[in-house]
Ligand binder design. Structure first.
Ligand SMILES: Cc1ncc(COP(=O)(O)O)c(C=O)c1O
Length: 308
């Protein structure tokens, strides 16, 4: 068990085979994960001592590392799951955000041939957080529709979760200039895509839509669509032209870090008549309820292992 100093609940990380306090994780600047954003990642959460949709996150992770050719990470699926479990166990957190990251690593030849890199695996567990503030969880977020076009899917596959995010950065500065904190980007056809850290849903006269392509296939997005079936809400993936978004009856963002997060204003225009809207509220309630359902959850093993 690593020495977590005086702040054990700041979290525990894992890098290059060792567990350590989260605050001590470091990446060499020679790692091409830093230099080229040649990396991919996943983020899942633990609620009340249970991983939410652990295997669904692992399926997405396995597909990401295979598509991005991270062949030399050195940990198979079971070993990876054990490391994630142990980050949570060592940090002794009951509610946590858990990250797993693959970076290309450091090349060993002068031409920086990608094939000479030993891939690096990094993981951590930190206390659970939302991607918006507590106040915004209650009052709603102000979001702009940015003029920035999301990096085309033909260039970078958005279904592989990654930190290549200069499009989001440009859009966020546009939002700050317009007195908002969040931005949703459009695609080359003028349809809504996603923002940094979330998918988006919009309700139009009883139909709840989320962009069908050009976005990360969020685990929260998938969960919301499953919950729509249970609640007899018509929920589906479909293109949402940017011009239509301002006419939505309700809008919310979806992310592992926060769940369902209501939107108050879009481009300065108030959305609907209450925040959160009634459909958003029903889905939010059921979303947190199913965290206790064994079909969606895997208990963290908090007992010490023989490796401690
Ligand atoms: C770009 C992007 N879209 C969507 C999401 C939401 O995905 P999930 O629901 O799996 O957390 C995230 C999460 O970090 C994200 O980074």
């Amino acid at each position: 068990m690593p020495d977590t100093g005086t702040a054990p609940n700041n979290g525990i990380g894992f890098i290059d085979g060792d567990y350590m306090p989260f605050s001590e994780l470091r990446l060499p600047i020679t790692d091409l994960g830093f230099q080229l954003s040649d990396m991919c990642y996943d983020a899942l959460h633990v609620r009340d001592g249970k991983f939410f949709r652990f295997d669904d996150h692992m399926d997405r992770w396995d597909r990401s590392i295979s598509e991005r050719r991270f062949d030399t990470l050195g940990y198979d699926r079971d070993q990876t799951k054990n490391i994630l479990n142990d980050c949570v166990r060592h940090s002794d957190l009951r509610d946590a955000m858990v990250y797993l990251i693959a970076t290309r690593g450091t090349p060993t030849d002068p031409l920086k041939d990608l094939r000479t890199c030993k891939n690096r695996f990094i993981a951590w567990a930190v206390p659970y957080y939302n991607v918006v503030t507590e106040q915004e969880m209650k009052d709603g977020c102000d979001v702009i529709i940015s003029d920035v076009v999301r990096i085309p899917t033909e260039s970078v596959d958005p279904t592989v979760k990654n930190f290549g995010r200069l499009d989001f950065c440009a859009a966020l500065f546009e939002a700050y200039e317009k007195d908002a904190r969040y931005a949703v980007l459009v695609d080359q056809d003028g349809n809504i895509t996603e923002g940094r850290g979330w998918n988006i849903f919009a309700l139009f006269g009883g139909r709840l839509l989320s962009p069908e392509s050009g976005v990360l296939e969020g685990i929260t997005r998938r969960t919301v669509l499953e919950l729509c079936d249970r609640l007899n809400i018509e929920g589906e993936l479909a293109p949402i032209p940017a011009a239509d978004l301002k006419n939505a009856d309700e809008i919310f963002l979806s992310s592992t870090a926060g769940g369902l997060m209501p939107v108050r204003k879009i481009d300065g225009k108030t959305v609907g008549s209450s925040v959160p809207g009634p459909v958003t509220q029903r889905l939010t309630d059921l979303y947190w309820e199913i965290h206790d359902d064994p079909a969606y959850s895997t208990p963290v093993d908090y007992t010490a292992s023989s490796n401690d």
